[in-house]
Design a binder for this molecule. Sequence first.
Ligand code: PLP
Length: 389
Amino acid sequence: MSTNADWIAREQTHAFEVYPKRDLVISTGKGARLWDIEGREYIDCAAGIGVANIGHCHPAVIDAIHQQSQELITCAGVFYNDVRANLFSELARIAPSGLNRSFLCNSGTEAVEAALKFARITTGKNGFVSAMRGFHGRSMGALSATFKYRQEFEPLIPGHDFVPFNNLEKLTEKVDANTAAVLLELVQGEGGVRPADREYVSAVQDLCRREKVLLIVDEIQTGFGRTGKMFACQTYDIQPDLMTVAKAMAGGLPMGAVLCSDDIASAAGKHGSTFGGNPLVCAAALATIRSIEAENLPQRAQNLGERFRQRFSSKAPEIVREIRQLGLMIGIELKTKSRPYLLKLLERGVIALPAGPTVIRLLPPLVISEDDMDTVCDELLDVLSRAEL
Ligand code: PLP
């Protein structure tokens, strides 16, 4: 078996269908490039949906996994572990100030589950307010706080309310004596790459403090350099009570975490995870954090993102409604459906993502070269200026 079609047929026979797929079998990756099983090369602007921030198969992560796999792969959280201890220290060092503690898990949705539970246990209240168009994961708790993808799974967990994003008045109306926490993305990812307004975010923080409501910021997509700082909270200059991270945290291996302040009550004996914080993934996360800093990737994301926006905006075709961007989190909203353009880009060797039906989302590895970003920009401009699609 060696063609795309062969492997597609095999996956289709036994896989449970949850994703709308593209006809592409990706088998190799290096930096910001991917190759399919037939050897065709692509510029990757998906990064495993915001996972491969330091690039695919980064040598530091390969080394870390290789070395740690010879020492210890699993170690339950009921024991202490040296590598995990180092990761806790590193997370506290790079986190927005005040977030000294973390709980380690294996994915974004698990991080959100944990944050919701920690918020309830800390406040003794059970209500949550999150934003319309927000996305926080697909397990029942995280889905209850998510605006989309929920209908078929209802009834979900009661106590979750939604307000329009960037609207302080509506949020203020919704927060009441039963609200444990407000949960927000600072740039809505799945919801169409929509950055929050600075004044809004700072006013939300004030509101939460005034009303003694916890502020949970979901940095699962924005974290680890993506938006031009290590975390978007640092761009917005806020200090949430809890912050959820995952995706890019461990160089491509599954990992998530909730970072929180010392004031968040202990949940000792009330929450846990078998695999969370295993030494293999902790070693990969340590190597990832080191690489992000050593290669100055947040600054790189900021520079390349701004360069792209300027280049693209100056020639944006009629079909483009708006470009939204923070660092290398880029959304191009069209006046029409984006899927035909995504397929056309793929034919030209560029892998990009949707974010809703009309938005093209670019989340390239932050190590992408300036030349590759320029190529992506030129291909996009060309594809979008063709009226026949
Ligand atoms: N929160 C945000 C902001 C996300 O973008 C995602 C995934 O796209 C999640 C939560 C869920 O993460 P995971 O797919 O790792 O469960």
